[in-house]
Design a protein. Structure first.
Length: 562
C-alpha cells in the first residue's frame, strides 16, 4: 500500500507537468561576419528575452553561423562579441517567419594589448545528487588511475583493492557511465592499466537515483575518461616513475584530431606497478617459547591500455559516438615465509619450516560501445542511446611448496590453474526532458546480459605423483539477465530546494550451474519495484564548496557475487 501511494503521487506529478500548455517555438540562426563579408567563427552570441525570461548563448561555427533551438517568439536583446571587433548590441524581434539574421561587426580601432586570463577550477563541487572531483592535482603524483582513487577525498581503498564510499559495502564502479560487471581484482587491473592523465573527472554518487541499477547500496563511483577534444589536431606524451626498490613506472600518449563534424582520438599507455613487503615478527608464548616469522612478498604487474574512438555530428543537435577500450597485462608475485618455533632464552628449535608461493596472472579486457545522442532543445533536453559489448579472459597459475626443515619430513608440493571467460552485452536508452527551468522529467530502459564461465584445477604432488585436490577444484557457469524501466521527475523549488522522485522496475533472471565437484544448479526469476524520493537544500558554503542537507528514501537489492 505504501509503494502504491508513492506511485500515485509520482503519476500525479508527471500528469500535471505534461498538461502544461505548450508555447510556439522556432529555430533561429544568426550569421556573423566582418565588413568585408568574411565569416567570423568563434564569435559569442547571446540572446536575452525582453517579453519572456528565456536566455540563450551560442558560438558561431566555421561558417560564422550561431544556431538556437526552441526559441519562443518575441523581443530579445542581442549581444555579439568577437576579439578585435566592436561589441554589437541590438534588440531584435523573432517570429516563426522571421528567424534568420545577419550582422557585420566593425573592427575595433583601439589596439589590443597583452591579455592574461586566470581562472581557478574547484577541486570538489556539488552537482545535484553527486560530488564532482577534478583529479588534475592528483595526477602529477600518481602513476595510474587506481593511485588517483586512493588519494581522492571521500574514498577509501583497502589493501585487498576494495573501493568504499560511504558504507561497509564496496561501491559500484562505473567507467564512462557503464557499470563494470566483473570482480574487484579485474577492476583493479583495469584501473592500474589506465594512465593518471586519462581521467577527466570522478563522480561520487552516494545515493543513486532510479536512473541507476538498484543493486548499488554502497554508492557509485563513476570514472569519466578523456575522449576527443575539439582543438583541431592535438597530441601529448607523458612518462614518469617512482623511486624505490619496486618503483612504479608509466608512459602514455594521446592524439586528437577534429574538424567541423568529425572528432577522433587514440590514446595508449603502459604501466609497471611493483610492491615489496618485508615483515618480521616475534611472538612470545607460555613456557618460555617464542615464534619468529619472516615473510617477504614481491609483486610486479605489467599492464597496458589502448583507447580509440570517433564522434560524428550529423548536425549541431545529433551525434554518433564509438568508444573502444583494450586492457591487457600480466603479473606475478613471489612469497617466502619462514616460521621458527623455539624454547628457552637461547631458543632451541622445536619446529621450523619454509613455505614458497608463486602466482602468475594474465588478463585481457575488451570494451566496445556505440552511442547516439539527440539534443531536443536548448534547455538541455536530450535522448541518449548506448549499445555495448564487453569481453574478459583471465588465466592464473599457482605453484606452492612447503618444506619441513625440523623435524625433517618430506616436502609438500602443489600447483593449480584457473581460467574464466566473461561476455557482457548492454542496451540502454534514456530520455531527459526539461519542461522549463523548474521541472525535469527522465525516463529510460536498460537491458544487460552477462555470461560467465570458470574452470579451476588444483593438484597435490606426493611421492612424485599428482593427485587432484578436490577441495579447490571446481567448474561452473553463470548467466544473468536484468531488464529495467525507470521514470523520475526533478523539481527546482523556491528556497534552493531540490525535489527528485521516481521509481524503478527491475526483472532479474539468474541461472547458475556448477559441474565440479557436484551439481548445485539454481534458477532465479523475480520482478521488484524500487521507489525513490530525494529532497535537498543548500545550507552554506565552505571554501567555495557548497554544503547541502539531504532527506532520502531509497530501496535497494543485493545480488550474489559470482
Amino acid at each position: 500500500m505504501k509503494n502504491l501511494f508513492i506511485f500515485l503521487i509520482q503519476t500525479t506529478f508527471i500528469f500535471f507537468t505534461f498538461s502544461a500548455s505548450a508555447e510556439s517555438l522556432t529555430k533561429v540562426s544568426i550569421t556573423v561576419s566582418d565588413q568585408t563579408q568574411n565569416s567570423l567563427p568563434g564569435a559569442t552570441v547571446q540572446l536575452q528575452g525582453v517579453t519572456n525570461a528565456r536566455s540563450f548563448a551560442a558560438i558561431t561555427n566555421f561558417d560564422g553561423v550561431a544556431t538556437f533551438e526552441g526559441v519562443i517568439a518575441g523581443s530579445y536583446r542581442m549581444e555579439i562579441r568577437f576579439i578585435g571587433m566592436t561589441t554589437l548590441e541590438q534588440q531584435i524581434e523573432i517570429a516563426p517567419d522571421r528567424n534568420q539574421f545577419a550582422f557585420a561587426l566593425t573592427e575595433n580601432a583601439q589596439a589590443l594589448g597583452e591579455v592574461t586570463i586566470t581562472a581557478r577550477r574547484p577541486i570538489i563541487r556539488q552537482e545535484g545528487d553527486r560530488v564532482i572531483i577534478d583529479p588534475e592535482p592528483l595526477t602529477g603524483i600518481s602513476t595510474n588511475t587506481l593511485e588517483v582513487l586512493e588519494m581522492t577525498p571521500g574514498l577509501f581503498v583497502d589493501p585487498e583493492g576494495g573501493i568504499f564510499l560511504n558504507s561497509a559495502t564496496p561501491a559500484a564502479i562505473y567507467i564512462n557511465g557503464r557499470l563494470q560487471r566483473m570482480s574487484q581484482q579485474d577492476i583493479n587491473n583495469i584501473l592500474r592499466s589506465l594512465p593518471p592523465g586519462s581521467v577527466q573527472r570522478i563522480e561520487l554518487i552516494r545515493t543513486p537515483s532510479t536512473r541507476f541499477d538498484a543493486a548499488t547500496s554502497g554508492g557509485i563511483i563513476n570514472i569519466v575518461l578523456r575522449q576527443g577534444i575539439r582543438l583541431g589536431r592535438f597530441g601529448s606524451v607523458s612518462a614518469g616513475f617512482n623511486q624505490g626498490e619496486s618503483g612504479n613506472r608509466f608512459a602514455s600518449f594521446s592524439l586528437n584530431n577534429s574538424n567541423e563534424r568529425l572528432t577522433s582520438f587514440i590514446n595508449a599507455g603502459v604501466n609497471f606497478n611493483g610492491v615489496t613487503e618485508d615483515l618480521n615478527s616475534t611472538r612470545f608464548m607460555p613456557l618460555d617459547a617464542q615464534l619468529s616469522q619472516n615473510s617477504i612478498n614481491r609483486q610486479g604487474n605489467y599492464s597496458g591500455n589502448l583507447g580509440l574512438g570517433i564522434t560524428y555530428e550529423f548536425n549541431p543537435n545529433a551525434r554518433f559516438t564509438y568508444d573502444g577500450r583494450f586492457n591487457a597485462g600480466f603479473g606475478s608475485s613471489d612469497a617466502t615465509n619462514i616460521n621458527f618455533l623455539g624454547i628457552g632464552s637461547n631458543p632451541v628449535s622445536i619446529s621450523e619450516n619454509l613455505n614458497l608461493l608463486n602466482n602468475e596472472r594474465d588478463f585481457l579486457m575488451l570494451q566496445q560501445d556505440l552511442g547516439f545522442n539527440l539534443k531536443l532543445d536548448t534547455l538541455g533536453s536530450e535522448w541518449d542511446t548506448k549499445l555495448g559489448y564487453g569481453f574478459g579472459n583471465n588465466f592464473s597459475e599457482q605453484n606452492f611448496t612447503n618444506n619441513f626443515i625440523f623435524p625433517v619430513q618430506p616436502s609438500f608440493f602443489g600447483n593449480g590453474e584457473n581460467r574464466f571467460l566473461r561476455n557482457s552485452f548492454l542496451f540502454q536508452t534514456d530520455l531527459t526532458y526539461h519542461l522549463n527551468d523548474i521541472i525535469v522529467l527522465e525516463t529510460g530502459l536498460k537491458s544487460t546480459l552477462v555470461d560467465f564461465s570458470s574452470n579451476t584445477e588444483f593438484f597435490n604432488t606426493i611421492n612424485n605423483n599428482s593427485i587432484p585436490d578436490l577441495r579447490r577444484t571446481n567448474a561452473f557457469t553463470y548467466n544473468e539477465r536484468i531488464n529495467a524501466l525507470y521514470a523520475q521527475a526533478t523539481f527546482n523549488l523556491p528556497a534552493e530546494l531540490v525535489l527528485k522522485t521516481g521509481f524503478r522496475l527491475e526483472n532479474t533472471r539468474m541461472e547458475g550451474n556448477q559441474t565440479i565437484p557436484n551439481d548445485t544448479s539454481f534458477v532465479l526469476n523475480r520482478t521488484d519495484f524500487f521507489p525513490y524520493a530525494f529532497l535537498s537544500r543548500r545550507l552554506f558554503a565552505v571554501g567555495g564548496f557548497e554544503l547541502r542537507g539531504f532527506l532520502i528514501y531509497r530501496r535497494t537489492i543485493g545480488r550474489p557475487d559470482y
